[in-house]
Design a protein around this ligand. Structure first.
Ligand code: ZN
Length: 164
């Protein structure tokens, strides 16, 4: 089943958004559904109206939802400028090559306080944020819980801005 068919399926689109915590225009939009072992979001796309279904990476579905079914050229990946693999904020996505991605990740992983330097690893970090969101009640409490969950992976207290 092609992307165009999945993107046109209202049930699939609704399921995608049901797993996204939408926040401010510059903030990360956290994925609250299933995670891969690289901490990317994942969910089952397709429904009774599309006859078959398949599990897809959430950010690849979301990127195509924002930019069209053919918006990711062959050989390209969707990168996260925020370095948070579960993030679904369209403004934090950037097309690039796997080489770009690996080069940047290697450089940033060494920066104390950076998302990629989280002592819990990418999946531990993503799960901690998901648990914080699930336990919090109300927008204000959710913001505080997310901030605390992120800070917990950085015992040094160092802060780093994203590189781009
Ligand atoms: Zn983000």
């Amino acid at each position: 089943m092609g992307w165009a068919q999945l993107l046109a399926d209202g049930e699939t689109v609704a399921r995608y958004w049901s797993h996204v915590l939408r926040r401010g225009p510059d903030q990360c939009w956290w994925w609250t559904g299933g995670l891969t072992d690289t901490a990317h979001g994942t969910f089952r796309a397709g429904s009774h109206t599309t006859a078959t279904s398949r599990v897809v990476p959430a950010h690849l579905f979301g990127f195509r939802l924002a930019h069209g079914p053919d918006s990711i050229p062959a050989g390209h990946v969707v990168r996260h400028t925020c370095d948070e693999p579960p993030c679904q904020q369209p403004r934090h996505w950037l097309l690039g090559t796997r080489g770009d991605n690996n080069r940047d990740a290697a450089a940033r992983r060494r920066l104390a306080g950076h998302a990629l330097a989280d002592v819990r690893g990418a999946v531990g970090r993503a799960r901690a944020v998901q648990a914080a969101i699930a336990a919090a009640d109300g927008a204000e409490e959710i913001e505080a819980a997310i901030a605390a969950a992120l800070a917990a992976g950085n015992p040094s207290g160092a802060l780093q801005n994203p590189l781009f």
